[in-house]
Design a protein around this ligand. Structure first.
Ligand SMILES: NC(=O)c1ccc[n+]([C@@H]2O[C@H](COP(=O)([O-])OP(=O)(O)OC[C@H]3O[C@@H](n4cnc5c(N)ncnc54)[C@H](O)[C@@H]3O)[C@@H](O)[C@H]2O)c1
Ligand SMILES: [Zn+2]
Length: 344
């Protein structure tokens, strides 16, 4: 099933319920270079063998300018041209780096994604933002360029490790918390095992999340306003991810709980929302407690991209299903982190 979403830069084709093999038709007649990681290259060698394939080490450490430099050199060595189609086939690390490399190689060549992790399917591969980390700073350098297509092959999820399912669900729970109360109710009645066993329910869930992300991105592609809502849980979350070396979704889980505490303090949000969120996060295998190194986390927040002077744009919940952007002074954020730390 193919659907197109219109962005200011043109159409992006979503090939749902498809298979990796369909890449042959989508890319017919074009020179393809696949970028993937070593785990996927090992698990699916037959998928990649018909194409020129560049393999990066698995894990967040690959999202660096060093690896970008190596990939650009390999493209030059392979004589990739402006007509080359770059395909990022992997989790969010691969799609972020492949999108960034494609958007900058020869000032930009066409690219598409085959997201292979749940997190990449519902979030990282969607929306056109791609970037790499610089030292301790997540996604500090990047591009906003839409891919030509996304190809969804649900079978790939068969090999996804349990922890990565939980990671993906952190973003799904995020969409439900900020946009979609009925989805929040649905998730609270189910769990990872349910969605793993029910392909139709999982497909519907993925499409619903892609819808929320695209709706937000189409309204605000360059993140001047409403796209910032997608950062719910990500402000403290990113800093905690870096300092404590947590998987992305695990850190976002903690970040969402901190954002709820701030929402209680600033907006009078009913603490019941946080208790429901805690239960749901646990139900999906996500952590709700984490020791926080306050000094290191605050140091990172102070150079956050969302910083404005002595304040930082924080995403708070007005109520379940409704979020807003609130500039908050650092002291208030620091207090919320202290409150979280002392309660845990
Ligand atoms: N650009 C964006 O808008 C955006 C949004 C959200 C997250 N991100 C980024 O995405 C990254 C996280 O994405 P992720 O969680 O997919 O990380 P990841 O790419 O590191 O994948 C997680 C792990 O799962 C493995 N894996 C992926 N698919 C697999 C499969 N089908 N079978 C077996 N193993 C598989 C990978 O090899 C890796 O070890 C972070 O860097 C984050 O910053 C970007
Ligand atoms: Zn995220």
């Amino acid at each position: 099933m193919q659907e197109s979403v219109i962005f200011s830069s043109g159409l992006v084709d979503y090939h749902y319920h498809s298979s990796f093999a369909a890449l042959k038709d989508i890319a017919a007649g074009r020179d393809v270079v696949i970028i993937t990681d070593e785990n996927l290259a090992r698990l699916y060698p037959g998928y990649f063998s018909p194409y020129e394939t560049l393999v990066i080490a698995a894990g967040e450490a690959s999202k660096s300018l060093d690896v970008v430099g190596q990939l650009l050199s390999q493209l030059i060595a392979n004589e990739a041209t402006r007509k080359t189609l770059i395909v990022g086939a992997g989790g969010g690390v691969v799609t972020d780096i492949a999108g960034f490399v494609a958007a900058t190689y020869m000032r930009g060549v066409a690219f598409g994604f085959v997201p292979t992790s749940l997190l990449a399917m519902v979030d990282a591969a969607v929306g056109g933002k791609n970037g790499v980390d610089v030292g301790q700073h997540k996604n500090m350098v990047g591009t906003i360029t839409q891919p030509e297509f996304l190809l969804y092959d649900g079978e790939l999820l068969q090999t996804l490790p349990a922890q990565e399912w939980s990671n993906g669900f952190a973003e799904i729970i995020k969409y439900a918390s900020i946009f979609d109360v009925p989805l929040f109710e649905e998730l609270s009645r189910r769990n990872v095992a349910f969605y793993r066993a029910d392909k139709n329910a999982l497909d519907a869930l993925i499409k619903r999340c892609v819808h929320w992300k695209n709706k937000t991105v189409v309204e605000d592609e360059r993140e001047q306003g409403s796209r910032k809502l997608l950062n719910f849980g990500h402000t403290a979350g990113h800093a905690i991810e870096t300092v404590h070396q947590l998987p992305h979704g695990y850190a976002i889980s903690i970040g969402m709980l901190i954002a709820c505490r701030l929402s209680e303090h600033i907006l009078g949000l009913d603490p019941e929302v946080r208790y429901r969120l805690e239960n749901m996060l646990q139900q999906y295998g996500l952590p709700i407690k984490q020791h926080i190194d306050m000094i290191a986390v605050m140091d990172i927040l102070k150079i956050d991209k969302k910083r404005r002077g002595v304040e930082i744009d924080y995403i708070l919940l007005e109520q379940l299903g409704n979020a807003g952007i609130y500039p908050l002074p650092f002291e208030i954020i620091e207090k919320a982190l202290e409150g979280y730390e002392s309660d845990n």
